[in-house]
Design a protein around this ligand. Structure first.
Ligand SMILES: Cc1ncc(COP(=O)(O)O)c(C=O)c1O
Length: 390
């Protein structure tokens, strides 16, 4: 298909970056493995910086195919594939971090990137300031001064799933000429396109829903314009941050079914979330698509759908009972990286670094990822295991 631009997302996902005419009729762009890329002659050597491919670390037709597909979905100038979602986040932060500069970050920021800010960037003299995810305009303005070089969003944010007022952030950031970046791993471009709402950089852990089969580590950064792209690309290239050949292939393959899988994850997640809301063992359910959850109105305003990850706060605090509950689940398993076909549950503690808590008092937080199993089986599995909390 020559041009996918006028088609709906499902058609785009099925056809983006498929070039049978270039690959002897193969519908999938093959895995290109490369470190050395031969330069034909001396003239080629002198102009190698203009060549499409120069060094395996800087990309191959496989990584380009993935990047172009994501850039098209995000309505971006271009996209950059990275070795993981965390590597994508760190590259964006590094692009704007300078001694004496300030990064404004959400309190529900993905934990490992927060560690990098607290422990590494701080040592380099970069100020990392945290705002509560549901901050209002007045308080956001109060945090801005000349040193702010990036406003970062994550919507919904890690573990507590608040959705921020994207439009408000963009309005304020543009007024002060501060670039914005948003982690969009939860929604993916199927359900939210940050750049369409004025965000400058969209970051996705493609390890999650895009690859979708729990077997690849991959990140991608979409940039709204050439200047932003070149700035982020520099930090990606200079840090040797490059995805594996199989990973970019899996990323592109995952895009083909992304909308179908996401719809199913979302349906199962919401069904479980609603049912859990009325369960005696549950204190609160943190899910952006639930009425009354933090940022629900923003979710309705900016997003086209949900995904399958959310959190449940249990009344129970006794570790022994929590252990029984978790060890008696049959389908739900414990694992860090969500977004695959299999259901996961994970006990979480909000780190001491967090400045806000979205619920009163204590309670054990469980991150739930609804996989692609039968929804009744999933509910029955949780139900029998929750009995161990009685
Ligand atoms: C919201 C979010 N962003 C980024 C990441 C990091 O992605 P990766 O595991 O690909 O490094 C994660 C991982 O769990 C995440 O939950």
């Amino acid at each position: 298909m020559k041009d996918t631009k006028d088609y709906k997302i499902a058609t785009k996902l099925a056809h983006l970056s498929s070039r049978p005419e270039e690959y002897n009729g193969l519908v999938n762009t093959p895995v290109h493995r490369a470190s050395t890329i031969i330069i034909k002659d001396f003239d080629g050597f002198q102009n190698c910086f203009q060549a499409p491919y120069r060094y395996g670390r800087e990309g191959t037709p496989s990584s380009k195919a993935f990047e172009q597909a994501v850039a098209t979905l995000d309505n971006a100038y271009n996209a950059i594939a990275t070795s993981s979602g965390l590597a994508a986040i760190i590259s964006v932060l590094n692009a704007y971090a300078r001694p004496g500069k300030t990064l404004l970050l959400p309190d529900n920021f993905y934990g490992f990137s927060r560690g990098y800010c607290q422990e590494t960037l701080a040592e380099f003299g970069v100020n990392c300031k945290y705002y509560t995810p549901m901050i209002d305009e007045e308080d956001l303005r109060a945090m801005i001064d000349d040193s702010v070089s990036l406003i970062y969003l994550e919507s919904p944010g890690s573990l507590t799933y608040e959705v921020q007022d994207i439009g408000m952030f963009v309005k304020v950031a543009q007024e002060f000429n501060i670039p914005t970046a948003c982690d969009n791993s939860w929604a993916t471009p199927v359900n939210f396109k940050p750049l369409d709402h004025g965000i400058d950089i969209s970051i996705i852990s493609a390890t999650k829903y895009i690859s979708g089969h729990s077997d690849a580590m991959l990140g991608v950064v979409s940039c709204k314009d050439k200047e932003t792209y070149e700035r982020v690309l520099k930090t990606v290239r200079q840090s040797g941050n490059c995805p594996g050949s199989e990973e970019v292939y899996f990323g592109l393959r995952g895009l083909r079914t992304l909308d179908v899988r996401l719809a199913r994850h979302a349906e199962a997640g919401l069904k479980l979330a609603r049912w859990l809301q009325s369960h005696d063992a549950v204190k609160t359910v943190l899910h952006p698509a639930l009425e009354g959850s933090a940022g629900h109105e923003n979710w309705k305003k900016y997003f086209d759908g949900a995904s399958g990850v959310f959190a449940v706060v249990l009344h129970e605090m006794d570790c022994k009972k929590i252990e029984k509950f978790l060890n008696n689940l049959n389908i739900f398993q414990m694992g860090f990286s969500w977004g695959g076909y299999e259901s996961l549950i994970f006990p979480e503690q909000l780190s001491d670094w967090r400045i806000s808590k979205p619920w009163d008092g204590d309670g054990y937080l469980m991150r739930v990822h609804a996989g692609l199993e039968n929804m009744d089986d999933l509910q029955a599995d949780l139900e029998q295991a929750l009995n161990f909390l009685k």
